[in-house]
Design a protein around this ligand. Structure first.
Ligand SMILES: Cc1cc2nc3c(=O)[nH]c(=O)nc-3n(C[C@H](O)[C@H](O)[C@H](O)COP(=O)(O)OP(=O)(O)OC[C@H]3O[C@@H](n4cnc5c(N)ncnc54)[C@H](O)[C@@H]3O)c2cc1C
Length: 477
């Protein structure tokens, strides 16, 4: 834990401020925005926030911290949901924020590569790619705030993993500062490069525990000529999985997103964001939101396939968006789901993945386990069917406030989390599909990761960061 560190001495704080230079640090009340948890569960702490604007300055900061055994918490957009960028228990570390390293250094259409600094907001990368009629196909509801450094550090997923993969699959190389302060420059545009251990992949998903990513070369893909959004009503999640199988066979690679949404979830978004229209006149218990991107002529093919699915009784109803605005309104129901969960007062938000064929049993078994804990719990189940990634957001019974409920049931949060973890483990799944481990799930990793895996993780960490200065307490306690 960060608790193992003593607070940086005043002369160390002065020296770090000096290295970062004017405008390169914040302290006191000016640090407050770096302490916010996007789900409002806890508040971070730190002695100082450093805001370097070059990789050389990052290197000097890390060298100093390594020599004086000062803990560093790397920070990009602050949207992480597992407290990897937040230290609620102790202020004995410094935050290194990449927010001033936010330039797009280079775009090469020939190589299909964009080189961005770690503090580039994901949405800005989308906009720059669009200028070249290309896409950077990593997207998620936090795209207006999260940054590519954090996306890579967490190996973020999102809504297009089905077709384009996780952040890991969209990165050709990184520039990073390692825990001894050395600069690793592997900003390669090469798609083939078999020259030893792939350090890029070691840093991706390491959640700031092995170094600070300062820039990355990212894969751009051509923009498809046609795009179709479909909102479907289905009987239940098992029909969702059957439809996924059918549509993969009929529409193949065109399927970019395949999102499951519960009727309760759509109700919740509309309760908190009434401006978004209901997709259907009638209420349905389950929905799918599909995005298809492909060649000219694809919309007619989609219409024909959806008609066939209706005849097969796999769909109860379907809306095909007729305009960009209608598509945005349908996607708004999905993209505002995390915020609606927060506003409603979710006290547990899971991020599990299971084999796709087991999704339906997983939803049934977790729902039953949660009912056994407390019959009144309300659960918003949604996720990315094509990745087997299901999120359960759990709320106090209707009419009871979260605070009152948790006061009356102090063990509730742990009981719910562990019930979901147990079904996940039994189903051969992962307790963290796309959000990472951070500080929130570090204890759970010790329960569910094999001894062989934990030993290897620890050996890698000890070899690269012998003083445990990089994000202490996150991922490995
Ligand atoms: C509304 C909402 C929706 C979301 N939807 C999704 C989703 O669909 N899919 C998904 O995967 N996630 C999702 N997330 C979670 C979050 O957006 C991602 O984890 C994102 O990748 C974090 O990026 P960030 O820049 O905000 O990183 P931060 O929060 O700043 O940091 C996250 C972690 O990465 C480390 N880190 C940050 N920058 C660096 C760096 N430059 N070098 C090394 N380590 C670093 C931090 O120490 C921390 O451990 C969502 C979050 C919100 C609030």
């Amino acid at each position: 834990m960060t608790a193992g560190f003593t607070p940086p001495e005043p002369q160390a704080v002065a020296a770090l401020k000096d290295i970062a230079g004017s405008g390169g640090w914040r302290d006191g009340a000016d640090m407050a925005r770096y302490f916010e948890d996007p789900r409002g569960r806890f508040t971070g702490q730190a002695t100082l926030v450093l805001r370097p604007d070059t990789v050389e300055t990052v290197s000097k900061i890390v060298c100093y911290c390594s020599a004086h055994k000062i803990g560093i918490i790397p920070y990009s957009g602050g949207t992480g949901v597992v407290a990897g960028q937040l230290s609620p228990d102790t202020p004995n570390a410094v935050i290194v924020s990449l927010d001033r390293m936010n330039k797009i250094r280079e775009v090469s259409v020939e190589d299909g590569v964009l080189v961005a600094e770690a503090g580039c907001i994901l949405q800005n990368i989308h906009a720059r790619a669009a200028q070249e009629n290309m896409i950077f196909p990593l997207s998620m509801a936090s795209k207006g705030s999260c940054c590519i450094g954090g996306n890579l550090a967490t190996n973020a997923g999102g809504i297009q993993v089905l077709r384009h993969g996780n952040a890991r699959d969209l990165c050709l190389g990184v520039e990073a500062v390692l825990p001894d302060g050395s600069i690793l420059n592997e900003l390669s545009p090469l798609r083939k490069n078999n020259t030893g251990y792939d350090l890029r992949h070691l840093l991706i998903g390491s959640e700031g525990t092995l170094g600070i990513i300062t820039a990355a070369s990212l894969i751009l893909k051509p923009l498809d000529p046609e795009s179709v959004t479909v909102f479907c009503a289905i009987r239940d999640h098992s029909d969702g999985v059957s439809l996924y199988k059918e549509l993969r066979a009929d529409l193949g690679e065109s399927l970019s997103a395949f999102e499951l949404m519960s009727g309760f979830g759509v109700d919740l978004v509309r309760r908190h964001f009434p401006k978004f229209p209901a997709p259907f006149a009638q209420r349905h218990d389950w929905h799918l939101l599909l995005q298809l991107d492909g060649p000219k002529g694809m919309p007619a093919q989609v219409e024909e396939v959806m008609g066939r699915m209706l005849e097969k009784n796999l769909l109860s109803d379907a809306v095909i968006a007729q305009s960009a605005t209608q598509s945005e309104d349908l996607w708004a129901l999905r993209e505002n789901t995390p915020e609606a969960n927060r506003m409603e007062g979710a006290f547990c938000s899971s991020d599990t993945s299971v084999p796709i064929r087991k999704i339906s049993d997983f939803v049934k078994e977790t729902s039953a386990a949660l009912r056994d804990i407390h019959a009144g719990l309300r659960v918003n189940t949604y996720g990315h069917i094509g990745d087997g990634n299901i999120h359960h957001n759990v709320f106090a019974p209707e009419g009871t406030s979260k605070a009152d409920f948790l006061r009356a049931h102090p063990d509730m949060v742990d009981a719910v989390r562990m019930a979901i973890n147990e079904v996940t483990h039994k189903s051969g799944g992962s307790i963290s599909a796309e959000h990472g481990i951070g500080r929130l799930k570090a204890a759970d990793l010790e329960i569910y990761a094999s001894t062989a895996k934990q030993t290897a993780l620890r050996a890698i960490k000890d070899a690269l960061d012998p003083h445990n200065i990089m994000n202490p307490g996150a991922l490995l306690r």
